[in-house]
Design a binder for this molecule. Structure first.
Ligand SMILES: NC(=O)c1ccc[n+]([C@@H]2O[C@H](COP(=O)([O-])OP(=O)(O)OC[C@H]3O[C@@H](n4cnc5c(N)ncnc54)[C@H](OP(=O)(O)O)[C@@H]3O)[C@@H](O)[C@H]2O)c1
Length: 192
């Protein structure tokens, strides 16, 4: 039986000590980390994506960027508290409530095939549900001490297979992993 869900993947930068933002959400440490014009594989990754699924905190941070960085891509914001999307973005951004599984089913029903999952808590929820296919993590050579963590306790171990690592002149080190546990879950549900 084919996988009923789209392919979910992660492409994210983290400090070497595992944070994706300072505790107040600030990204100054990341935005100032290099003067390189290399996009560290971002454009190539985005070419394979049709939809971004953002956690509400990430959406609120990205709203402060000018211009809106996802023009031309479908964006879905997961939130159970937001009342509405900013009117200027209403044509290209939609709101998804409910659970991770409900979001995955809704995306599948809308014909989505490849989803970029973004935001620490949202990524952790998708990992815990075994729904992430690949993780690409760009390690920034910086220790920021505390902040918003990329990973948390999923309640179970998650095995990963290393696919590749690229070292950039900027000092950024980017590794891509396939989530093995998710594949096993798929096989188990197919067998049942
Ligand atoms: N370093 C990087 O590359 C990078 C990338 C992305 C984001 N960031 C930064 O990370 C910060 C945001 O990350 P975050 O971990 O605080 O939050 P997040 O994952 O962006 O958003 C979490 C929110 O999403 C909503 N949500 C709905 N269903 C959920 C579910 N099943 N699981 C988890 N969340 C769900 C909830 O909002 P409601 O309470 O409204 O329901 C929840 O509070 C921002 O500062 C952003 O700039 C950094």
């Amino acid at each position: 039986m084919p996988n009923p869900y789209p392919r979910f993947s992660v492409f994210i930068a983290a400090s070497l000590d595992g944070f994706i933002a300072r505790a107040d959400g600030e990204l100054d440490w990341l935005l100032g980390a290099t003067t390189s014009t290399d996009d560290h594989g971002y454009a190539a990754y985005m070419q394979g994506i049709d939809t971004l699924l953002l956690g509400r905190n990430t959406y609120e941070k990205v709203l402060s960027f000018d211009p809106w960085p996802y023009a031309g891509k479908r964006v879905v914001v997961m939130s159970n508290t937001l009342d509405s999307i900013a009117p200027t973005l209403a044509a290209e951004v939609s709101l998804q409530r409910g659970t991770v599984r409900e979001a995955a089913a809704a995306l599948a029903a809308s014909g989505t095939s490849s989803v970029y999952v973004d935001g620490g808590k949202l990524i952790q929820s998708f990992l815990a549900e075994g729904l992430i296919d690949t993780l690409t993590i760009t390690r920034i050579p910086m220790l920021i001490g505390n902040g918003i963590p990329l990973f948390g306790d999923a309640g179970h171990d998650i095995r990963l297979a290393h696919l590749r690592t690229t070292t950039y002149e900027s000092g950024f080190v980017q590794s891509t992993y396939r989530v093995i546990a998710a594949s096993q879950n798929d096989q188990a549900s197919t067998a049942n």
